[in-house]
Structure formats: C-alpha cells, structure tokens
Design a protein around this ligand. Structure first.
Ligand code: DX5
Ligand code: ZN
Length: 219
C-alpha cells in the first residue's frame, strides 16, 4: 500500500502570511502544497495566479500541487509551469482538446493531473489514464473551502482504484474537499493515497498543523 501523503490546501491559510504558512506546513509534515487557483469563471470564486505562485516558490522545496479551476485553461498552463508548479491538474471541461493540454503539460516537464467534479464520470478521462500522474477526485463542488464532504464520491474513488489496479496504472489518487477526522479513513480505504485538506488542517486543534497532518496520516 502506498504511503498516505497530505497536500494541505493553502486556500484556508492566512493569505496575508502565505510564505510563512507554507513554511509552517512543511515543518508540520506536509508532503505537498495544494494551491487552489480559481478564476471566477470556471468556479464562482477568485484566488491567486502565477505571480503569487512565483513569489511563494522559494519558501519551500515541497512540490506545488497546483489545482487549476480555470477555463479556458490551455493558454495559461505555461505560466503556471514557469511560476513553479510541479503538478498541474486541470479539469477536462476546461479545455477544448484534453490530449493537447496533457501533451503541453508533459512537454513542460511537469506532472499531469486530471480532476473529476462530483458529477463528472470517470469515463470522461478513461482514455488518458495511462499517461497521467494524478487523478484528483473532488468530494465537493469546486470553488470554496469548508464545504461538506459528499460521501457519494466514495464509489467513484473505488472505481478509479479498481481500474488502476486492473490495468497497473501508475497515477496517484488524490481526494479533495471536505476531508475531516471522521471521514478520512473511509477515503483512504476507498483507494486514495493523497489527501487534500484545508479547513481541517488549519482549523482543528486550535490550528496545530503538525498534529492535524499527523492525524490524517494515521490509518
Ligand atoms: C475547493 C478546493 C479544495 C478546498 C479544500 O474548490 O479545490 O482544495 O480548498 O478545502 P477543504 O478541505 O476546506 O474542503
Ligand atoms: Zn483543490
């Protein structure tokens, strides 16, 4: 079984202290940094873009797990790659040519993630599973932190895990949205090996990042 990795979402961090927050996450045992990019078009919220990612790049050596909730996404991929993204995850609905966007990310020597919204079926990305590094399964509708986990996605996580096993694919299974201390174990049991969390990590136990990350790694 792959080691469980934690990718805290900085969407729930103190935006006036993002550099220091990233340092606190690293010393708290985070494995990746989940950066939620929102454009107010693909999702009804606006966050950060390449200049902020560039400014944060030197605060940590941890991989930037960049979740692009933007559309059209293709023309911005290079900017995020140059800003310091290590994993670039896009939503299939956000590009007119998924194969070309995947190829573009690979040509930039970055890892490729594809994200499935709760109502996007796995078959939408079936043809690409052999060439990607990450499947990001949304357990909330994207746009905001602090939403309630949607348990109906557990069956989708199991479905992704099954096809990965059957075809010996290499991609990681990351789950994102509403993960807390009472549901994370069922998410891992369903097949996730990377957990994204914002609210639980930054708010539980009086914001004790190390303790909260440790708990999410304990099965
Ligand atoms: C939602 C983002 C998630 C979110 C996770 O659109 O993609 O990464 O920030 O935050 P919590 O853990 O608070 O649901
Ligand atoms: Zn996210």
């Amino acid at each position: 079984m792959k080691k469980i990795q934690i990718s805290p979402s900085i969407l729930s961090a103190d935006f006036s202290q993002l550099g220091n927050e990233i340092k606190r996450l690293e010393s708290g045992g985070a494995d990746l940094i989940h950066v939620d990019v929102m454009d107010g078009h693909f999702v009804p919220n606006l966050t950060i873009g390449p200049p902020v990612i560039k400014a944060l790049r030197n605060y940590t050596k941890l991989p930037f797990d960049v979740h692009l909730m933007i559309s059209p996404v293709h023309k911005y991929i290079k900017d995020f790659a140059n800003a310091g993204a290590d994993i670039i995850t896009i939503h299939p609905e956000a590009t007119t040519n998924l194969a070309s966007s995947i190829k573009h990310i690979k040509e930039l020597k970055k890892k490729v993630g594809l994200s499935l919204n709760p109502d996007t079926e796995l078959k939408v990305i079936n043809d690409y599973l052999d060439q990607i590094d990450l499947v990001l399964i949304m357990s909330v509708y994207p746009g905001f932190g602090g939403q309630k986990f949607m348990p109906e996605v557990l069956s989708k996580i199991k479905e992704v895990k099954e096809i990965k096993k059957k075809k010996s694919y290499k991609f990681d299974i990351e789950v994102d949205g509403g993960i807390n201390f009472s549901n994370y174990q069922s998410v891992i049991e369903a097949g996730a090996n990377i957990l994204v969390s914002g609210t639980t990590i930054f708010k539980e136990n009086k914001g004790n990042l190390k303790k909260n990350i440790e708990i999410l790694k304990t099965i």
